[in-house]
Design a protein around this ligand. Structure first.
Ligand SMILES: *Cc1c(COP(=O)(O)O)cnc(C)c1O
Length: 325
């Protein structure tokens, strides 16, 4: 197994959402991966601990990565790289304007170099653009390390392989077995690590991913391919089976990072009920999906469900005007 840096505050807490559990008639626990840090908060830092370690081992001086304007991943990368004395270039997809707020504000605050691209460029050639940015900078004496969208590649997946091991150890400590683990899926790396550790350690959990973009078929294939890459780094064999990858795509809503009024209402409901803040792009949609699936009787036989709160708080503030109070 690859080595990693130690940047995140782990193990992250697991707490029971008491009133939500009562509402749903099943125990809902929350793993607070939104509390992995302040600047580095969220799920991406677990993946970055492995990726950035490799960058440093290779003697790299600059990290190049990509995401949307409000990318949590780019912000966590800029923060973590800066902590390590490395520079960052963020290739950011712009859809409507470049208002300096939320995660993008923090990218600037950490002194990251920002390069913009259109949604078309992002879709068709983001890796090529990053590669070209790296080549130009390498010519000027830098040494660049490129991390793909969401750090969802084999090395990044190891971060959530380890998170699932952490969950298994916490089950022993608190004396609760989680039969079901639920997580938001945006680029697939988080689900990949959870899936592989669940299989490798024979935990027998149902791992449900709620897509926040694209569809189930796309993610099953994408996660299967991340799995295969991750297995190379793990150094032991785990069987990845596309048909076991469970992604629910019924709660994508009107599209990536776009919110429906009922989703924002739900974020308000959970905040009021539990004092827990979900984000509009990932965890709000995933928890809304879980809530509705349980209410509709679509998730049966579960006793203890663990919802992984993957963070995203900074992405809530640019949307605050959409809430009706
Ligand atoms: C990136 C992200 C996710 C999704 O994780 P993937 O590994 O990209 O599928 C979930 N929640 C938040 C807050 C994120 O930033």
């Amino acid at each position: 197994m690859k080595r990693r840096l130690s940047l995140a505050n782990v193990p992250t807490k697991i707490t029971k959402a008491e009133r939500l559990s009562q509402d749903l008639g099943v125990n809902i626990f929350i793993k607070r991966d939104d509390q992995t840090g302040t600047e580095i908060s969220g799920n991406k830092i677990r993946k970055l601990e492995y990726a950035l370690n490799e960058a440093i081992e290779k003697g790299c001086t600059r990290i190049i990565t990509t995401g949307g304007l409000q990318s949590n991943h780019c912000r966590a990368t800029a923060a973590a790289a800066t902590m390590l004395g490395l520079k960052t270039t963020a290739l950011l997809r712009v859809t409507d304007g470049t208002k300096v707020e939320g995660n993008y504000f923090l990218d600037k605050l950490f002194g990251a170099e920002v390069v913009f691209c259109t949604p078309e460029e992002y879709r068709n050639s983001r890796n090529e653009i990053m590669h070209n940015l790296a080549q130009e900078r390498d010519k000027n004496g830098e040494r660049c390390y490129v991390i793909p969208e969401g750090a969802s590649f084999g090395i990044g997946s190891l971060g959530y392989f380890e998170a699932m091991q952490e969950i298994a150890a916490q089950e022993q400590e608190i004396g609760v077995r989680f039969d079901t683990v639920v997580v938001a899926v945006g680029s697939g790396g988080t689900y990949s690590g959870l899936y592989l550790a669940n299989k490798h350690l024979n935990l027998g959990k149902r791992v449900i991913g709620f897509a926040v973009c694209d569809d189930s078929d796309y993610f099953a294939k994408r996660i299967d391919s991340i799995n295969k890459e991750a297995i190379e780094h793990l150094g032991f064999d785990v069987e990845s089976r596309v048909e076991e990858i469970e992604i629910n795509d019924k709660y994508v809503g009107i599209g990536y990072a776009l919110s429906r009024p009922e989703e924002l209402e739900f974020i308000k409901y959970i905040a009021t009920l539990e004092g827990l803040v979900l984000d509009p792009v990932y965890t709000g949609k995933a928890m809304y999906g879980l809530y509705n699936q349980i209410k509709k009787g679509e998730i049966t036989g579960a006793k203890n469900i663990l919802f992984i709160h993957t963070g995203g708080l900074f992405g809530l503030f640019p949307k605050q005007d959409m809430f009706n109070f």
